[in-house]
Design a protein around this ligand. Structure first.
Ligand SMILES: [Zn+2]
Length: 475
């Protein structure tokens, strides 16, 4: 009964608030705000600064996994570039980050048909002894299939997870597939397995494995975890189809070093009459190491710096303060965003609206939000200002990204110009995450969509209200 009544109740509320905002005659945005939004959109569509920023980051810094020398170089790069662009209050907020090193990994099928397959350790995995681990392989689809095996099936075996990630525009295929990568090793170890190999969590058709973070539980033994490409996973499945026992040898020299010091890098376009209210623009500075982090998350860094730079170039100043935060270590535990959150406990309430770009090169295909439902008409107005970009209208279940999770839990509203993820996972966390993957036109369109939304978010005549509904499920 309650469930049936709820949408009707929401609809009545919506009508009430729309009517109320119409009655008080205060428009959400002035004509000047909307004109500036159009100027930003037009300028973004011909602005080459964001593309040049990704070029600079990937060329001069390259791979920048947490704790590495590239990580330090990326922090220095971001400080330099924010100052060069004339951002205000450029500074760092230190973060302690894990320092895992990949080393080298080899994966060899010994029987029934011997051959080597390219492999990558999963981020955080322990290595093997020098001689490696040699064992028969048990093939399962996913975590549920592993849990359903008769007791003892995987004891002293290597578990091969075969589940294939589905391609999707909104990233839902990744969310469904990624638990195997994160939890697979401990789930298998708890049943006595000696290592795991997974079909890459990715949609590539090349022979490049996708790495990415995994996590050990406190109770299961720590066993090595590696990924092979989709193509080699298919080949390994064919070896099983022979009906013969599949035996492999796995070697990996990955290991943990002591935690290291890194930093979030912050820069601002100061606000005016509402300067104490912060619109936070998040992206992450770190990357995995096989590629150079061009689309994960060089383009996110470029979008957010590019947006702030365009707003800085307007004749008018924003009402609220626009704060770009380039987070340390998103990839391996989000310790950067946690450090930022901890540093801002006292003024958490001043963070009134958030944006995050961590989903590739663009284009933006829809506008979603997570705002107090009473303020959805404001999002509708922002959506109308984006009309020339021909976006879809998304729902009110936006998540932003991993670096805004803590803020989302505090009820901070989020606007999400949704980056198109259809091809993102073809190169995500692979050696192919390189500059050639950055589509200049898509990037300019993405900057246009973000710049319009960020600007209007900062100019809104009312106050952004906290979201009180339960957090939506992880996208
Ligand atoms: Zn990322």
């Amino acid at each position: 009964m309650r469930k049936q009544n709820h949408p009707i109740f929401s609809a009545i509320l919506l009508v009430f608030f729309t009517a109320a905002s119409a009655a008080d005659k205060t428009p959400a945005f002035t004509r000047a705000d909307l004109a500036a939004a159009a100027t930003l959109r037009e300028r973004a569509l011909s602005d080459s600064t964001p593309y040049q920023l990704v070029e600079s980051l990937t060329t001069e810094v390259g791979p920048r996994p947490a704790g590495s020398s590239g990580d330090k170089a990326a922090v220095a790069w971001a400080l330099r570039e924010m100052k060069r662009l004339g951002f205000a209050n450029v500074r760092t907020i230190e973060a302690t980050v894990p320092h895992w090193v990949r080393g080298e990994a080899q994966f060899a099928v010994l029987a029934p048909f011997p051959q080597d397959m390219p492999t990558l350790a999963l981020g955080g995995s322990v290595g093997t002894a020098d001689e490696g681990i040699e064992a028969d392989v048990v093939m399962v689809k996913d975590l549920a299939a592993l849990a359903a095996l008769p007791a003892g099936t995987v004891k002293d075996r290597i578990v091969f997870f075969t589940n294939r990630m589905a391609r999707s525009q909104d990233g839902s295929g990744y969310v469904n597939a990624v638990p195997v990568r994160v939890q697979g090793a401990s789930a298998a170890a708890a049943l006595g397995a000696s290592a795991i190999v997974i079909r890459s969590i990715g949609t590539s058709s090349g022979r490049f494995p996708h790495t990415g973070a995994m996590r050990y539980t406190a109770t299961a033994p720590r066993i090595p975890a590696v990924a092979i490409s989709n193509i080699d996973a298919d080949a390994l499945e064919r070896q099983f189809a022979s009906g013969k026992t599949v035996r492999v040898r796995l070697r990996s020299s990955s290991r943990d070093l002591p935690p290291a010091l890194s930093a979030n890098v912050v820069g601002e376009i100061p606000g005016t009459d509402r300067a104490n209210e912060i619109v936070i623009l998040g992206a992450h500075l770190d990357s995995w190491d096989p590629g150079v982090g061009a689309i994960d998350d060089g383009t996110g860094v470029a979008i957010m710096m590019g947006v702030a730079n365009l707003i800085k170039g307007l004749d008018v100043k924003p009402r609220r303060t626009i704060r770009v935060v380039l987070f340390a270590n998103e990839e391996f535990g989000t310790s950067g965003s946690q450090a930022y959150l901890a540093a801002h406990q006292a003024d958490a309430a001043s963070h009134v609206l958030g944006f995050e770009a961590d989903f590739g090169t663009g284009p933006v295909w829809r506008l979603s939000s997570r705002v107090n439902p009473a303020q959805l008409p404001v999002v509708d107005e922002i959506y109308r200002a984006l009309a020339p970009l021909k976006l879809a209208r998304g729902g009110n279940e936006a998540r932003g990204g991993a670096d805004l999770d803590g803020w989302s839990k505090l009820g901070m509203p989020i606007l999400e110009p949704g980056l198109d993820g259809t091809k993102y996972f073809d190169v995500h966390h692979t050696a192919n995450d390189t500059m050639d993957q950055v589509d200049p036109q898509a990037l300019r369109q993405a900057v246009a969509a973000f710049a319009t939304s960020v600007w209007l978010g900062s100019q809104f005549s009312g106050s952004w209200e906290r979201v009180t509904e339960a957090k939506p499920p992880r996208r």
